[in-house]
Design a protein around this ligand. Structure first.
Ligand code: NDP
Length: 446
């Protein structure tokens, strides 16, 4: 490892102990940025990287609520306000039992660069709770959301910090959170994105991350005179991002053969079609069941406790969670002929896996570029809320498509190597960094 990166990381680890995901995210960025910063001393003198790795503010709070049995439950809530150099803090809320400070700091750190890549004026943040919505009734989820927002409402606002959804936070949760915010503050503002269409949401926001990820994969494939059409695609996850990634791959003529959840994955050789996807939407968003039910219903293979990366595919879209593709699985993907990986999830590939993808010279689009479509349309939702004027589906989708193309171009601009290979990791990290760094310098030591 570059000794400068090693030194920098030693300080980060000492200052942020027991936060391995945060260390991992910062290290990946430091490896791209430290050589770049050495060539641009103004960033070094202003200690931009050191400042980027320190949140502007971290809020941790108690979330007490009462379950259906009348018992008191206590969860922990968080909001990481990471960086507001180019706009209000912006980033999702995650409700999952694994949530802790380190995971949210990694997500907030990634979010700063991602939001910058979209070209929209959004700073970076992230939040959530160790609350598990799985197996809870709608009333329990509502009571939790109301308690969570009772504290969070003091810290957020349409021009201050604008949360959205993430794992475990979909339309239902955003609705309850928005309702409570409005009640406490007595104001109807665009304080959250991912809202229902009846109360200020944007068309295409539910689709945006999945669609955007596939648009990004298509752009990468185009650089090799190739496209999604006719490709076999392996997708992990079966939540918001995965569902709409499947839909867009289908629309572009590809065949999706896998989806998963935390229990296992299905392998459908014939490909997921409209009817089967409609079943998934109902299963996951309404009945809140397990992916195994898909195999029972359509008679395909199901692998309990496994991940889909052993299945032969041309394109892989990891759309579930962090560190879900390890080095061995990456080797297997490449050996089986996978030529493009685009990350719908945040940091789904381990450092070993990334090393394999880059060494093999396959097309590898890291999450902060490939999944930026979600926050981009959240930004467009904020714009529509400010104008108090909604855009049509086509208008939002066109803008999303253009943004994904621009992010791709930015990655090529900053990531193209001497032999013509585009290192999208460097491209995304440097491309996202420059705007934030210049804004921070302009605003002085704050
Ligand atoms: P959802 O909660 O809608 O879906 C998450 C999916 O991933 C589910 O299928 C879930 O399975 C699976 N999953 C979650 N945790 C694990 C785990 N530890 N091991 C295996 N599978 C797991 O979330 P999203 O689709 O919104 O988010 C998916 C990823 O995309 C996350 O990394 C998120 O940060 C990222 N992302 C999301 C954006 C958005 O707009 N929603 C924007 C940008 C990135 P199960 O139901 O069994 O838990």
């Amino acid at each position: 490892m570059d000794p400068r990166v090693e030194q920098f990381m030693a300080r980060i680890k000492a200052k942020n102990p027991a936060e391995p995901e945060f260390h991992q995210a910062v290290m990946e960025v430091a490896e791209s940025l430290i050589p770049f910063i050495e060539e641009h001393p103004k960033y070094k003198h202003a200690k931009i990287l050191e400042r980027l790795a320190e949140p502007e503010r971290v809020i941790i709070f108690r979330v007490p609520w009462i379950n259906d049995k009348g018992e008191i439950e206590i969860n922990r809530g968080y909001r990481i306000e990471m960086n507001s150099a180019i706009g209000p803090f912006k980033g999702g809320l995650r409700f999952h039992p694994t949530v802790n400070l380190g995971i949210l700091k990694f997500l907030a750190f990634e979010q700063v660069l991602k939001n910058s890549l979209t070209t929209l004026p959004m700073g970076g943040g992230k939040g959530g709770s160790d609350f598990d919505p799985k197996g809870k009734s709608d009333n329990e989820v509502m009571r939790f959301c109301q308690s969570f927002m009772t504290e969070l409402s003091r810290h957020i606002g349409a021009d201050t910090d604008v949360p959205a959804g993430d794992i475990g936070v979909g339309g239902r949760e955003i609705g309850y959170l928005f309702g409570q915010y409005k009640r406490i503050r007595n104001e109807f503002t665009g304080v959250l994105t991912g809202k229902g269409i009846e109360y200020g949401g944007s068309l295409i926001r539910p689709e945006a991350t999945g669609y955007g990820c596939v648009y990004f994969a298509e752009e990468m494939l185009n650089t090799r005179e190739d496209s999604i059409k006719g490709k076999t695609v392996a997708i992990s996850g079966s939540g918001n991002v995965a569902q709409y990634a499947v839909q867009k791959v289908m629309q572009l003529g590809g065949k999706v053969v896998t989806m998963s959840d935390s229990n296992g994955f299905i392998y459908d050789k014939n490909g997921i079609d409209e009817e089967k996807l409609a079943f998934i939407f109902d299963l996951k968003n309404i009945r809140r069941g397990r992916i195994r039910d898909y195999a029972d219903k359509f008679g395909c293979e199901y692998y309990e406790g496994e991940r889909p990366w052993k299945i032969k595919c041309d394109v892989a879209l990891p759309d579930a969670t962090q560190n879900e593709v390890d080095g061995k699985e990456a080797e297997l993907l490449v050996k089986n002929g996978c030529l493009c990986v685009a990350e719908g999830a945040n940091m789904p590939s381990t450092p070993d896996a990334i090393e394999v993808f880059l060494r093999s010279r396959i097309l590898y689009g890291p999450g902060k570029a490939a999944n930026a479509g979600g926050v981009a349309v959240s930004g467009l939702e904020m714009t529509q809320n400010s104008m108090r004027l909604p855009w049509s589906r086509e208008e939002v989708d066109d803008r999303l498509h253009t943004i994904m193309k621009n992010i791709h171009q930015t990655c090529v601009k900053y990531g193209k190597e001497a032999d013509g290979y585009t290192n999208y990791v460097n491209g995304a990290n440097i491309g996202g960094f420059v705007k934030v760094a210049d804004a921070m310098i302009a605003q002085g030591v704050v």
